[in-house]
Write a protein that binds this ligand. Structure first.
Ligand code: AMP
Ligand code: MG
Length: 327
């Protein structure tokens, strides 16, 4: 048989192959890695054409998170926050710590004290996350709450002074969000325009996901396997505070890790609060604040702040939301 007879068929097959190749959607390479930072499993997923850039960027982002943890953690004895807690005198701190303390102070004021960075002594007293959690006496609670409030810290330049030398600082309600934000700054420095950082429910989204919004599932506060809602989001932060994250039970009562500074006891009005804002640090602190404030005052606070939205599940399991979110 002559080859000539087959030539049209071969050409047709080649053409078909080329067409199929062109019609294949271009899938951007991505890289995802996890690491333990601040006792939390953190996942960074970044999209881009160059795997080695993604690799370097993610490593640098994790390095930055670990560096900041050394400044901000109250579990690390040499951290700036531990030094501030044990100090009698004004202290000069890094600009990162100052930036975060200032943001925390602002949210403490906006929430009329529902968010409070001076709960270190109270948190140690309950030891919810430790080996021997217990219910303190009223007297112990009163002692641990002495001197707290939005005016606890005076910040002047890089210098911080505590109003009451006894006050212990705890940034557990805001630091994770801040560290997530700074990791995204590092990814950006490497030219990355599409990424998601998830630190145990503190999520920051950089750009979109290959031209589409990211689909962020919000966990049901009482059914661990169930998604309450899925939100299409891009270029923002979404952070959830819940009473199911860290708690112990005694006589059928749940004692969890988000405290009402007014009583020194776990806040009772919510099961969970999700806040959407431009930055994770702000969303983190606002979620803790709205959790303490409860459905009415909590949603009112989120509604009043520009660029902020939220979804709240009350203690009774009823859903409340700001007007910016779809039904
Ligand atoms: P989150 O999971 O962001 O709501 O933060 C909870 C953590 O923030 C707790 O484990 C404490 O370290 C700290 N915290 C608890 N109650 C408050 C509060 N009312 N204001 C600020 N931080 C708090
Ligand atoms: Mg928080």
């Amino acid at each position: 048989m002559s080859l000539k007879r087959f030539l049209p068929i071969v050409l047709l097959l080649l053409l078909l192959g080329a067409l199929i190749y062109i019609r294949q959607p271009k899938t951007d390479p991505q890289l995802s890695r996890t690491a333990l930072v601040m006792d939390t499993l953190v996942e960074i997923r970044a999209y881009g054409d160059d795997q080695s850039v993604l690799d370097k960027a993610i490593s640098a982002a994790f390095d930055e998170m670990t560096r900041l943890e050394q400044l901000l953690s109250s579990h690390i004895p040499e951290s700036e926050i531990s030094r501030l807690s044990s100090s009698w005198k004004p202290l000069s701190l890094s600009h990162e710590t100052i930036e975060l303390l200032k943001l925390g102070q602002q949210i403490a004021e906006q929430s009329h004290g529902a968010f409070d960075m001076g709960l270190g002594a109270l948190i140690k007293l309950w030891d919810i996350q430790g080996d021997s959690p217990r219910i303190p006496t009223e007297q112990e609670l009163l002692r641990a709450l002495k001197g707290i409030g939005p005016q606890t810290l005076t910040i002047d330049g890089l210098e911080v002074k505590k109003q009451d030398s006894q006050i212990q600082i705890d940034l557990g309600g805001i630091a994770k969000g801040y560290v997530v934000d700074r990791s995204v700054d590092i990814l950006r420095q490497y030219g990355i325009t599409s990424a998601a950082v998830n630190a145990g429910g503190d999520i920051r989204l950089l750009g979109d996901k290959q031209g589409q919004p990211w689909q962020i599932g919000i966990q049901h506060p009482r059914k661990a396997e169930e998604i309450l809602v899925t939100l299409p989001l891009k270029n923002c932060a979404v952070v959830t505070s819940g009473d199911y994250e860290r708690f112990f039970e005694r006589d059928g009562v749940r004692y969890h890790h988000i405290f009402d500074p007014a009583s020194g006891k776990p806040a009772r009005l919510c099961q969970s609060v999700t806040v959407i804002a431009a930055e994770a640090a702000r969303a983190d602190a606002l979620a803790t604040a709205a959790f303490v404030l409860g459905p009415q005052a909590g949603i009112k606070l989120l509604e009043e702040l520009p660029g902020v939205d939220g979804l709240l599940v009350s203690a009774e399991g009823k859903i409340f939301k700001t007007s910016g979110l779809p039904e």
